[in-house]
Design a binder for this molecule. Sequence first.
Ligand SMILES: Nc1nc2c(c(=O)[nH]1)N[C@@H](CN(C=O)c1ccc(C(=O)N[C@@H](CCC(=O)O)C(=O)O)cc1)CN2
Ligand SMILES: NCC(=O)N[C@@H]1O[C@H](COP(=O)([O-])[O-])[C@@H](O)[C@H]1O
Length: 345
Amino acid sequence: MEALASSIRIILSSPPGFMESSPKCLVLRSASRDASSSCLGLKQRQTLKKTSSFNGVLQKADRKNLGFECRCDASETENYVEMKKTSGSSARRKRLAVFVSGGGSNFRSIHEAIKGKLVHGDISVLVTDKPGLQSFHVPTVASMMKKSSSEIVEYISSQLLGEIIAVGIKVGCGGAEYARDNQIPVVVYPHLKSSSDGVSTSDLIAILRKCEVDFILLAGFLKLIPVELVREYPKSIVNIHPSLLPAFGGKGFYGLKVHKANSTCRYSGPTIHFVDENYDTGRTLAQRVVPVLADDSVEDLAARVLEQEHKLYVEVVSALCDDRIVWREDGVPLIRSKENPEKLY
Ligand SMILES: Nc1nc2c(c(=O)[nH]1)N[C@@H](CN(C=O)c1ccc(C(=O)N[C@@H](CCC(=O)O)C(=O)O)cc1)CN2
Ligand SMILES: NCC(=O)N[C@@H]1O[C@H](COP(=O)([O-])[O-])[C@@H](O)[C@H]1O
């Protein structure tokens, strides 16, 4: 029982971005992260709901995503005036959609660069394949927590003000939480067959158009972007991959799996590429090289690559927002240097 108590903390309030809870609703934040989720930064929250209309509440919460107003920063208006003064053009700041599935550290570093005025764009919407709240039966929660149902019921009953009707787990991701904490609208995509969550590709395209999104940034997003979306945003979707493509790319190569495969080499590093309809086969735009050290663990290598990812993605997004991407006649995309406009790299 102590082990269970140590891995679950009870929060008797609704954290921001969480649906309103009834007096009998507890939010239990589980600190436990199993191996399969470690690369996704998966956090689990458990919610107890006295009502049987749990899914109804979920659907209402998720319907908000479809009706949300696209975000238009006050700062954006202010910067727009600034750009009009300096450039004399009526070009507005670029609008970005970021797609995540996990911890969202690349998303956060881009957002921080925007706040630090290193990137002259704005994030209008965050898209994630991780749904909001989901309701599970107690036995399912028990198997997720690797406990018996009676242990789950006994522990939670000991903490509860009333009896248990259902237990819900919030299977979210750090990126979505960061977005909610920073008032960035969150859309769940793709539509999940298992529940009412998520929008269809055509709905997503409509939302992105409504938000006047210029560029889509994939940052740890683990689903294949369908050809309809790729065609809707030609030369406007980029992805970051944690190896020097074409090495260790393609289906099955994501998260720590990439670093495990790469650990047999002497060098690694992030690649940012334009997205086509297949995994990791689009035109490479930028790369950075890091050494693979003899005594590196997979996690050591992942951390070294991730540090360079954050820097490289900010550099690339800055170039995208400044219209500094140049397509060579053979179809190779290059970046025009900010400091020396004569220089392409
Ligand atoms: N059309 C494209 N979609 C996506 C691309 C792309 O280049 N073109 N890049 C990926 C990101 N990625 C590598 O950078 C990548 C992500 C996921 C996979 C993968 O094998 N996924 C599994 C499912 C994993 C899960 O759902 O947990 C699979 O498809 O079986 C490979 C590469 C994003 N989308
Ligand atoms: N093939 C896709 C892939 O493996 N992407 C990788 O997922 C991680 C997401 O981290 P983050 O959520 O902290 O940005 C990053 O290392 C990114 O390169």
